[in-house]
Design a protein around this ligand. Structure first.
Ligand SMILES: Cc1ncc(C[n+]2csc(CCOP(=O)(O)OP(=O)(O)O)c2C)c(N)n1
Length: 340
């Protein structure tokens, strides 16, 4: 198993060998991942600014979580059912939600795919992309993903369901019940925990008797893997193994991607980690790390980096202006799609 989940010490050096090809990601795939990381960071920063300006209600920064989400999504088929959580903009973008759609949801507009502007932003969903509708109650998406895996097994389909959640979510009964049920019935589901070491402000040590989320897998007799979530290549490798095994009928897996939350919890909840901790945290930023790796192996150079950054900024600026001008949901539809 990889070493300590602690967010301290220098970042690991880039792999000496170009492992991305070995892991099944070509040069173009790796650049796609890198570009999606850049757009996600721009989306996160733009949404935070819009929230501070009062243009949108809330934003949930994903800075630091990009590599874990984008690389893990790439290990799935486009039809595998995915249950995201509020910090999942990079995963939603990787699955195919456009920057414009994400901004429509941030602004609560009529054409936002998640809820047509009727839910709070952060409940990322789009039926056509098999991104399932989720609830704001932490970890409730876990038993839902497990249930959809049971449905797939009963129907003889070969899909793999995935639930994304945080370390705080792994303290909920939903996690334990879901994992146990998945293990008992050997269901094709992967539970993907983004462990950023803190649930709003409660450190993982104060909510867990085990050092790592992945350690909990032993108690349910499922595969548990802890991986450096700032390394998209390692995340892709372990996720693909888990997804392939689940699809082949070998049962569920629990993956813990150790990440650092580089921003605050949400636009509404400030950061109570001290300035020194934040300075240390920034050393684990997945974007410069992956850029360094790609440059080292001749996949990325100055010109490409510059054009990617300009394209990502333009894509997000366009999305903000598009969503700013988009129509609100009509009052007449206030009670449409609502259970009586
Ligand atoms: C059942 C429930 N309890 C409390 C909350 C309030 N809440 C929202 S986010 C959050 C923190 C969850 O932390 P974690 O799962 O580690 O994810 P992170 O925000 O760190 O990505 C809490 C407690 C909630 N939404 N649902």
């Amino acid at each position: 198993m990889p070493s300590a989940a602690k967010h301290s010490g220098p970042p690991r050096p880039s792999a000496a060998r170009p492992v991305h090809r070995e892991f099944g990601l070509g040069d173009a795939d790796s650049l796609d991942v890198y570009y999606a990381m850049l757009v996600s960071r721009e989306l996160s920063r733009a949404a935070l600014k819009l929230a501070f300006q009062g243009s949108i209600d809330v934003s949930i920064p994903s800075d630091g979580h990009e590599a874990a989400q984008i690389a893990s999504m790439r290990a799935l088929r486009p039809t595998d059912p995915v249950y995201l959580f509020y910090r999942s903009v990079p995963a939603a973008y990787a699955r195919g939600m456009s920057a414009r759609e994400i901004m429509l949801d941030n602004f609560g507009r009529r054409d936002g795919p998640s809820s047509g502007g009727k839910n709070l932003a952060g409940h990322w969903a789009k039926r056509e992309l098999h991104l399932m509708s989720i609830s704001g109650s932490v970890a409730t998406q876990i038993p839902q993903a497990v249930g959809s895996a049971l449905a797939a097994k009963l129907r003889g389909e070969d899909s793999v369901s995935v639930a994304y959640f945080g370390d705080g979510g792994s303290s909920k009964s939903d996690f334990h019940e879901g994992l146990n049920f998945a293990a008992v019935h050997q269901l094709p589901v992967v539970l993907f925990c983004e462990n950023n070491g803190v649930a709003i402000s409660v450190p993982f040590e104060k909510q867990s008797g085990v050092a790592r989320v992945a350690d909990r897998a032993v108690g349910y007799a499922v595969v548990g893997i802890s991986v450096d979530g700032a390394d998209p290549l390692q995340v892709f490798r372990v996720m693909r193994e888990a997804v392939d095994a689940a699809r082949a009928g070998k049962g569920p897996a629990l993956i813990e991607a150790r990440v650092t939350r580089l921003g605050q919890h949400t636009s509404q909840v400030g950061d109570d980690r001290g300035p020194l901790d934040l300075a240390e945290a920034r050393r684990h930023d997945p974007i410069p790390r992956f850029a360094h790796y790609l440059r080292h192996h001749g996949v990325l150079d100055d010109a490409l980096e510059q054009s990617f950054r300009e394209r990502a900024a333009a894509e997000v600026a366009d999305a903000v202006e598009f969503a700013r001008r988009a129509p609100d949901p009509p009052v007449a539809r206030a009670f449409a799609d609502v259970y009586a």
